[in-house]
Design a protein around this ligand. Structure first.
Ligand SMILES: Nc1ncnc2c1ncn2[C@@H]1O[C@H](COP(=O)(O)OP(=O)(O)OP(=O)(O)O)[C@@H](O)[C@H]1O
Ligand SMILES: [Mg+2]
Length: 297
């Protein structure tokens, strides 16, 4: 994580539990979307929900942000029950949905202003606050342009800026970089890391991109079929299964063998009668080892 020096080291002082969930569950008809999950997140943490399509990531975020009513379970923000104190909770959370939901006919400024009004922000300092947020998000040049003229990356940046405008302590991002090219993805990562670093905002993101989870998140909760099947720091989760993988290309498919050292993997590679490749372990391997299938197929 942050190993190539691009992202600054996070000076986190995690101490206070900002969000807790217990037995969280959502059933749609006969489909169990989220199957009794629980967690506790502390202030300033950078958390990732990693899982394949249909795992229950969006449903979880929607329950945590009040968009979907859970079938069962508890959610507390700063120890206060979410459902008994929805206004308190909604004031301290910001949400970036999976689909951009900006008004495409309005400008960047107007979209932010709409949000500021909805959140009952003080009118006197509103314009200044929006200006500051546009600067913080690197969107000053887009202030008076209609959203429909924006690229996907710029729209994403604006949705994040909007979610931050009322200064939430917790920011939810549902698949923040889906559909963006690698360079734009990277710039969105840098923006999110900046939010976490400079504002100590707790970040909770969902992703099915292994690299995104590994590089950004201090703690990852791997979710599959509505359940949390593994949890921890990416490096520690990987270490548990080994450091290197030997991929063996057999007639029936790719077989994986795990090794503690590259040397051992290379020795096995030399001994193999099939074509092979040695590479470092990823969270995809952790998922594969537990579930027998891949996150991204
Ligand atoms: N409104 C709904 N009605 C019925 N079923 C739903 C509804 N929303 C989600 N589901 C189902 O619940 C399961 C979890 O969906 P969810 O959108 O939470 O997954 P996800 O992990 O966010 O997937 P993706 O990576 O595709 O965004 C899926 O099987 C989905 O089809
Ligand atoms: Mg989703």
């Amino acid at each position: 994580m942050y190993s190539d020096g691009i992202f600054p080291t996070v000076n986190q002082t995690a101490h206070q539990s900002v969000l807790q969930a217990k037995g969280l569950r959502k059933v749609y008809g006969s489909r169990v979307a989220v199957d009794g999950i629980g967690f506790s997140f502390e202030e300033g943490e950078f958390i990732g929900f990693l899982g394949p399509n249909g795992a229950g990531k969006t449903t979880t975020i929607k329950m945590l942000t009040g968009l979907v009513k859970p079938t069962g379970g508890e959610i507390t923000y700063f120890g206060k029950d979410f459902f008994a104190n929805p206004r308190f909770a909604k004031r301290i959370i910001g949400a970036v949905p999976q689909q951009n939901n900006l008004d495409r006919d309005l400008t960047a400024y107007e979209n932010l202003k709409l949000h500021a009004i909805l959140y009952g922000m003080d009118r006197s300092g509103m314009s200044e606050k929006i200006g500051e947020m546009l600067t913080f998000a690197g969107l000053t040049n887009y202030r008076d342009m209609q959203v429909k003229t924006f690229s996907g990356g710029t729209m994403r940046r604006l949705v994040i800026a909007r979610a931050l405008l009322h200064e939430p302590g917790i920011l939810f991002l549902d698949e923040p970089t889906v559909g963006l090219d690698p360079q734009i993805r990277r710039s969105i990562w840098e923006f999110i890391v900046k939010v976490n670093n400079l504002r100590n905002t707790t970040i909770i993101l969902t992703t099915h991109y292994i690299e995104e989870a590994e590089r950004l998140c201090r703690r990852v909760l791997i979710i599959n079929d509505g359940k949390i099947i593994a949890e921890g720091r990416p490096d520690e989760m990987k270490k548990e299964i080994g450091q290197y993988v030997l991929e063996i290309y057999m007639e029936e498919g790719i077989n994986e063998r795990f090794f503690e050292s590259r040397e051992d993997a290379v020795i096995a590679l030399r001994d193999s009668r099939y074509p092979c490749k040695v590479r470092e372990v990823t969270l995809e391997d952790v998922f594969l080892k537990i579930t027998g299938r891949r996150i991204n197929v």
